[in-house]
Design a protein around this ligand. Structure first.
Ligand SMILES: NC(=O)c1ccc[n+]([C@@H]2O[C@H](COP(=O)([O-])OP(=O)(O)OC[C@H]3O[C@@H](n4cnc5c(N)ncnc54)[C@H](OP(=O)(O)O)[C@@H]3O)[C@@H](O)[C@H]2O)c1
Length: 329
């Protein structure tokens, strides 16, 4: 395993990590989660990602049960949660969502209980909240750090401007600003990481824990000829995700990329994950997996990354045609 420093912070994260969105509770139970987290940990994965909203808190409860049973040295891994969407679904009342001091503190307490840990290594604001002053968010996160309930704080899917506003507020009060962002990043979604955040990487510095490296599975090629039984894009309640990804123009590119990966003697899944970690601004790519075979395959991305030479990367860009245009200056 390779470990990367999370931005300018001192935290070291494994370049491949493991998350629980969609999968924990909905698709996999305690036995499989135990097996998959065990495989990941044995491979050197030291970051497990979660959020209050995943399966309305059940994903954190499941991960908490596994962590308790594994009884790994708490200093050997990191675990996160994220607050914003709430954990009560349609029952969420006004103060049970968002980034107010009340919700950030209460969601943190709930996450600690569900995960059965004493502190979160990373606590994310799962989305920006225009109804809360940024000073309130920054002060609350610093308060939680002072209390030892969280160690680092970050953002997820914030704009570059919003992230810099948080840094401005933190600088005004000499507080700790966000040190990590969790954006989507994959071959089909590159704008934020490769364009919008470039200046932030250079100035204040920022780690990234990128999500959906396989575009929910599309970038494995498994959807090239339709939706296989039991796969994410066929799940009830995830029609919005299917509509987002099952588009002919995207599928056509993925089919061409599948052939290219075959030519190179690697799977499209490993090529796609390896491609994300070739970007030095990626601290860790969070993997998702419902089966042992998937996780074992995806972890091979580390070796595959070495085979992605500049020529190969250029050919990938020609096929996928998603590279953002950067200003010439
Ligand atoms: N901050 C945010 O807003 C946000 C949003 C989304 C995710 N995340 C985080 O990022 C993590 C990863 O995201 P993701 O789950 O969307 O990642 P992903 O890698 O894009 O998709 C993972 C899914 O693809 C399928 N898959 C994976 N490997 C495969 C393989 N080798 N062959 C065939 N199918 C394969 C599996 O689904 P099936 O078996 O069901 O097909 C698996 O659950 C999440 O768990 C979560 O922690 C964060």
């Amino acid at each position: 395993m390779e470990y990367r420093r999370m931005g300018k912070s001192g935290l070291q994260l494994s370049v491949l990590s493991y998350g629980s969105w969609v999968t924990f509770h909905k698709q996999i139970d305690d036995t499989i989660a135990d097996e998959l987290m065990g495989i990941a940990y044995d491979y050197g994965v030291n970051f497990f990602d979660n959020a209050e909203v995943y399966a309305r808190g059940e994903s954190e409860r499941l991960m908490g049960r596994v962590l308790k049973k594994k009884n790994w040295d708490r200093t050997s891994y990191t675990v996160s949660s994220k607050a914003y969407f709430g954990s009560r679904g349609p029952e969420n009342k006004p103060n049970q969502t968002g980034l107010s001091r009340k919700h950030l503190v209460e969601a943190c307490h709930e996450a600690l209980q569900r995960l059965q840990v004493e502190y979160l290594d990373i606590y994310f604001c799962h989305r920006p909240d225009k109804n809360v002053p940024i000073e309130e968010v920054v002060w609350t996160m610093n308060h939680l750090i002072q209390q030892g309930k969280i160690l680092y704080w970050g953002t997820s899917e914030w704009s570059g401007v919003e992230i810099m506003e948080a840094h401005r507020a933190a600088a005004d009060y000499r507080l700790i600003g966000p040190v990590v962002e969790q954006p989507q990043y994959n071959l089909l979604e590159r704008q934020k990481l490769e364009k919008e955040y470039l200046m932030i990487f250079k100035t204040v510095g920022m780690g990234t824990t990128i999500w959906s490296p396989l575009a929910s599975g599309l970038l494995t090629g498994k959807y090239n000829d339709g939706i296989p039984e039991g796969s994410r894009l066929g799940l009830e309640g995830f029609e919005w995700l299917k509509d987002q990804w099952m588009m002919e123009d995207k599928l056509a590119k993925v089919r061409e990329l599948t052939s290219f990966a075959q030519e190179l003697g690697m799977s499209l899944a490993t090529l796609s994950i390896a491609w994300t970690i070739k970007n030095p601004n990626v601290t860790t790519a969070i993997l998702g997996a419902t089966r042992k075979e998937q996780l074992l395959e995806n972890l091979k991305a580390l070796e595959v990354a070495e085979k992605l030479t500049p020529d190969v990367l250029q050919r990938i860009d020609e096929i996928i045609q998603t590279k953002p245009l950067l200003p010439a200056y």
